[in-house]
Design a protein around this ligand. Sequence first.
Ligand code: ASP
Length: 345
Amino acid sequence: MNRRKFVKASAFSSMALSIQKIGACNFDSAVVKDNPIVISTWDAGLRANKAAWQILKDGGRALDAVEKGVMVTEAEQNCCVGLSANPDRDGFVTLDASIMDEYFNCGSVAFLERIKHPISVARRVMEKTPHVMLVGSGAQEFAVAEGFPLEPQELSEQAQKNYDNWLKKSKYTPPAINVESQINPKNHGPFAPYKLDNGEWNHDTIGMVAMDAKGNLSGSCTTSGAGFKMRGRVGDSPIIGAGLFVDNEIGACTATGQGEDVIRIAGSHTVVELMRQGLSPEEACQKAIERIMKIKGKDAEKIQVAFLALNKKGEVGTYAIHKGFSYAIKRNDLEALIPSKYKME
Ligand code: ASP
């Protein structure tokens, strides 16, 4: 997958052309009432949006759309989502996911192993338990009790290759810490570097937010987290308010990138609160990115974080620390992959 391609895989080349004309990052997305919309992270979002659109176009609920949409990515060969993704440093794939609807109902799973669709387990947690979050073996037991098959504990061919390659160096680089801050690097433990030797960022998550024809919002987020992470590490994606937040009065936001730094500022909730204060989705995402960059100081160079937000008017905005993040959008009049604005190359 090449996230650096700007506009690609649009179903209609004329659409891609019109995106280029209006300017990739800056199109005005004032939405006609009753026009559903779905947006999601990275290029895998193009395929996920298609599945979500099948539900949205027929007047279906945003919640169903965001679940069905990201299930597509969970089932694909992927570096960082679903069971085919890269493992933790002990060789096990562990998955995190969260989902939230228009009524502040939310559910999540973390450190879940051997289950193909963590997003659907997260939805069951939301709908069938009095809790918001289940983790590890408890989440797995719940999934099995709910009828989700326990998949074999094996790596995909690609993940095995990536892991074997990574094991040659087993390079653990401490995460970028602002040494001038009060944050103690010792608390953070060893990590895989977030930028790989080939210059690619070592992450990818599918986060999706949608508004249905009734104007209701929902969101979902699912990931295997950072590749070659410490065993037991959980990122922002299953944390409501960090990797995902939905307030049906205001808007919805999801995040991708270095989860630790998204959690630190309660990222998605922060973006929604900034929209509540009147900022556009893009301005809100930018402010949250700037907050992270201020905390990290010069070490912001070493991490990637991106936010993707949708407000109640159907306006879309994104912002990333680095160049390279793009998001997929699907509306009646538009299907495209659009590069995000960013702070640095
Ligand atoms: N945010 C995810 C995590 O930290 C990873 C990613 O988006 O790449 O687990």
